[in-house]
Design a protein around this ligand. Structure first.
Ligand code: SF4
Length: 102
């Protein structure tokens, strides 16, 4: 590889890396129910599937979309939740930290 080709190549690698980082930052990563933190909080994508024995206070009308912590709009299929960092939780989902939206 000639010196100038090498430099072009390195610049392309750097540019590709930057583009990738930008994509990842904007990627809407969905929370996995098997994520250890999700398991710890009893998170499910569908509130009806919540463990009723473990969480007797759960009711099917408690959903991420009407939780005080949900960052999406009530009609959004997915939205952010500060408990799970950058990952998105399902609008119809639920976890044991559910709190009624004021
Ligand atoms: S805290 Fe609320 S919005 Fe976040 S996962 Fe639990 S129920 Fe859903």
């Amino acid at each position: 590889m000639s010196q100038s080709n090498r430099r072009t190549f390195l610049m392309q690698v750097a540019a590709a890396g930057t583009a990738l980082a930008a994509t990842q930052a904007h990627a809407q990563v969905k929370l996995d129910e098997k994520d250890p933190q999700a398991v710890g909080l009893g998170y499910v994508h569908d509130t009806k599937k919540a463990d009723k024995k473990k969480y007797p206070k759960h009711t099917n009308d408690q959903k991420c979309s009407n939780c005080a912590l949900f960052q999406g709009k009530a009609a959004d299929a997915w939205g952010g939740c500060p408990l799970f960092g950058a990952k998105q939780v399902a609008g119809p989902g639920w976890c044991s930290a559910w709190a009624k939206k004021a």
